[in-house]
Design a protein. Sequence first.
Length: 431
Amino acid sequence: MRFTEACLLKTENNMTTLSEPLVTPKYGKWRQLVLGLICMAAISSPQYVWTLLTKPLAAKLGVGLPELQVTFSLLIILQTFFSPFQGRLVEKFGPRRLIAIGTVMAGMSWVLSAQVNGLATLWLVYGCMGGLGTGIVYIGVVGLMVKWFPQQRGFAAGAVAAGYGMGAIITTFPISLSLTTNGLEHTMTTFGILFALVGFLASQGLKLPPPAVSQPVSQTVAQSSRSFTSREMLRQPLFWLMFVMMAMMSTSGLMVTSQMAVFAEDFGISQAVVFGMAALPLALTIDRFTNGLTRPLFGFISDRFGREQTMFIAFALEGVAMMLWLACREDPLLFVLLSGVVFFGWGEIFSLFPSTLTDTFGSEHAASNYGWLYISQGIGSIFGGPLAALLYQHTHSCWPAATTFRTLVMTTRCRRRRQCAVGSPSAPFPG
């Protein structure tokens, strides 16, 4: 097997590019990326296909939709707010072992949910077990990819994040058809076993980059020569600036995600037809595609031109698109097209923030460090979900766009602080 060996130490224009203890086989990192994509796709359905299961589950258990939706809330809470713990487990026991366990937990949450007869049991197996399993895989895979791709962290993180978002595209229609023809129990059991099997097999090829020799890190993106532990990172104001920025962007995007049907009804286009299709389902389909496409695309752009510069472009795009989307609310065609642009400017946070975090605080503790940052997504789901719905109901304002523009302004401060922080390996982080 051929290995690429090199070592680079260079400081220029407040940018330090230094070697990290990584070695990449000629094709090994791409194999890792493909396996990571498969693992992410295998765990995407518990979150993204949940909406197909709500009616049959409610009918089987004899419960109302509000009580049933607690299951989904538990899934998101366990996936996001427990992510530091999940990342620490991945680093302690290794990605292959923990990601394998996570994929099996996610798949078995479906198998066991097919057999439940009570709501509390569903909360436990689908919400808690599924949330922990998907969280382990998500944090573990992203943390592993930013180690394998020190020069292409944005692209790698975006690619696997896109696999999680777009993986459900492959399974949505087969699951919907199976629910109609085979029923709930058979569908959840069959697909749960399939998800667990595919994810487990893919996880067996995952491994950490060998530390034998060094590989140069990016020459275009400012990167730290030091790896911070989570405890050290949490003491740095720069981390909390990133945390607030990601929480604000998550909030603005998730408000649109959770309120699309409400917006369509308020705009008077819920029954409109565009290109021969209902406007709302068409918009949701386009949104899912652009939300997945933007992650590796903007990640790739950030690898070449810088993280904060790319953030500025993407956040500005989302803010402008959101303002135009709300201004052209009565036009069904513009509603569909501009909603796709809104999601195109939002989904890149799942590639830009993990890569920026690793550039700033090092790759050694990437999984657990990103676990702490990923909590901001959980906070965004709270403010962008029920609280946003309540606010929109009373104000009908475009505050998500304002939130996006505020985050846009914060990227300048983030860039200055990062340049100061990584410009000298021994320099303290600015307060």
